[in-house]
Design a binder for this molecule. Structure first.
Ligand SMILES: [Zn+2]
Length: 284
């Protein structure tokens, strides 16, 4: 089917106590993988592009590829811009046909973050595009954005509610101690705060940095109110490991289609596993 607005799927997840997986794609194969896993699990899913992927392809080509990847899928698939920093790129993504965008001005003080986010919401909503905002700071590396552990700022329920009221964001990424990339130390998660925001808020919450969390912890986060969860680093790891393992074992075989087919199989299995853990299996 055509790409859809992710707002409906994320709100259904919030109401139904499950979570929609938002998977960072890097090329057409990874898009096909997410669509195939979602189809197999009869789950809604979000393809999301970070600034690195946007630099690689440009927004128009990404939208065209995502539309092709989703076209024959019976399950709803959305295309989302992850960690939009540059208002120009966000504007281009909205015009090109992204279904939702994230404006991440979380490194700014509250007032500035709210003002920047508000402007993006006005522009996006005028085009029928949903917006994710972020307050607090998620640590780790996301493309060229680096946030150190000692720069982590946990979101408070009061701030989360105030920020959404002031900006009108459709969903909000709350920093509760998860991180981008691989965990170097065991993260200190504030799941109670997530639960508290979930109780008081009328909008869905997003958790970034699922890679490296145990499935048990992910289930706990979903139970506490995460309605959209981002998975990026694990996709890159599974992809690269699958290529490396296959090529290493068959060093003189030059069948690129087999190399890619193996990577696709491994990735579909992995993404499907996350869809199960997030509870979105059968929710399309
Ligand atoms: Zn993130």
């Amino acid at each position: 089917m055509p790409l859809v607005d992710p707002k409906g799927m994320i709100e259904a997840a919030r109401a139904g106590g499950f979570c929609v997986g938002a998977f960072n794609i890097v090329d057409f194969l990874s898009m096909e993988v997410v669509v195939a896993a979602a189809e197999e699990k009869r789950a809604p899913a979000i393809l999301q592009a970070s600034s690195g992927t946007i630099k690689r392809f440009g927004v128009r080509k990404l939208v065209a590829l995502a539309r092709i990847a989703a076209a024959e899928s019976p399950t709803p698939i959305a295309l989302h811009l992850d960690h939009g920093k540059d208002p120009k790129v966000i504007n281009e993504a909205i015009k090109a046909g992204f279904n939702s965008v994230m404006i991440d001005a979380s490194e700014r003080p509250f007032e500035e973050n709210a003002a920047i986010t508000r402007r993006v919401v006005e522009e996006a909503h005028a085009a029928g595009v949903a917006v994710e905002g972020e307050i607090g700071r998620v640590v780790g590396v996301e493309d060229d954005i680096v946030v150190r552990q000692d720069q982590a700022i946990y979101t408070t329920p009061k701030e989360a509610l105030e920020f959404q009221r002031r900006t009108g964001v459709d969903f909000l990424a709350a920093a509760i101690g998860t991180a981008h990339g691989f965990y170097k130390v065991t993260p200190k998660l504030d799941i109670d705060t997530l639960r508290q925001i979930r109780r008081e808020a009328s909008f869905p919450l997003v958790v970034h940095g699922a890679t490296g969390l145990s499935f048990e912890v992910i289930r706990e986060l979903v139970g506490a109110g995460a309605a959209k969860m981002n998975l990026s680093t694990q996709i890159k790891k599974t992809y690269i490991d699958a290529l490396y393992d296959y090529i290493s074992a068959r060093r003189t075989e030059y069948d690129i289609l087999k190399v890619l087919a193996n990577a696709k199989n491994e990735l579909v299995k992995m993404v499907g596993q996350y869809i199960d853990v997030l509870g979105s299996t059968g929710k399309a």
